[in-house]
Design a binder for this molecule. Sequence first.
Ligand SMILES: [Fe+2]
Length: 309
Amino acid sequence: MNSVQSGVQRALLLVDPGGYMSETLRVRPLTSSIGAVVEGFDPTYGLSPSGAEELRQLLYEHLVIFLPKVTEDPDVHMEIARVFGEPIPHPVQAGMGAPTQLLSPIKSDAYGPDADSEFHTDYTFHHETPDAAALRAIAVPTRGGDTIWANMCQAFDALSPEIQKLVNGLDAFHSQGERFNELIVQWYGETEGRRIAKEFPGATHPVVVSHPVTGRRVLFVNPGYTRSIVGLKSSESKALLDFLFNHMRDPRFHCRYHWSVGDIAIWDERATVHMGEGNFWPERRELVRITLGSALPERAADPTALTPA
Ligand SMILES: [Fe+2]
């Protein structure tokens, strides 16, 4: 019995290989690695204590869950998001004088088609990083514009024990990079943009972190924001990061989701990376994200001291 079933102690009925349903929800895993579509969400049950617990267990089990065509109402989006954590402002928006702004727009007209087209965990250039996020589709293109998530627990587990030991003791430097800074200047003007870029000089995190809920080890680097490995020569740092970035691009760790208006995706920011595909231009794509929880990533224990998960 898996943790979802045992965790919520609900009567579950196997309906097809890899799929199952509870009294109210039908769960359809997208891959053997990550991602599940959850159908039949009803706010009366889903926002109740037992419904919320079931949804959280599904998130920890599948790392990203999708509620198809669930709402176009921002208030319902916020209620669903709160099931998974406390909404927090994006640190850059907070730094720009909007400390109560809890919505992060992701608009193709503002970002261009390629700004999200690299794997990342949201704002790892900050010392505290988010726990989870809930993204709702407002406008979708007629084709393309999918989002891909990767299971970074599995990516770590798939490394050989010797590489696991090597990366487990390392730290990496993360920063937002020139592209991000250019966008900030574009949005907020030269003076404010330069000021905010200086306010976020980057952050150092362990290369392997411990998931705060499941305790699983997570490979915590991403090509969007990770710039170097601390203490290595630049050629060594580049070679190791290139290897890890190529490793996480292996499709066996991935799921893909094609958006419809009103869909909500909730993902575990600690255990995943994600990217939006820019293959819809010049059509419009607009989503809005609520970021949930924030904490310092914690170094994982030495893998040689642990029993296998
Ligand atoms: Fe993102």
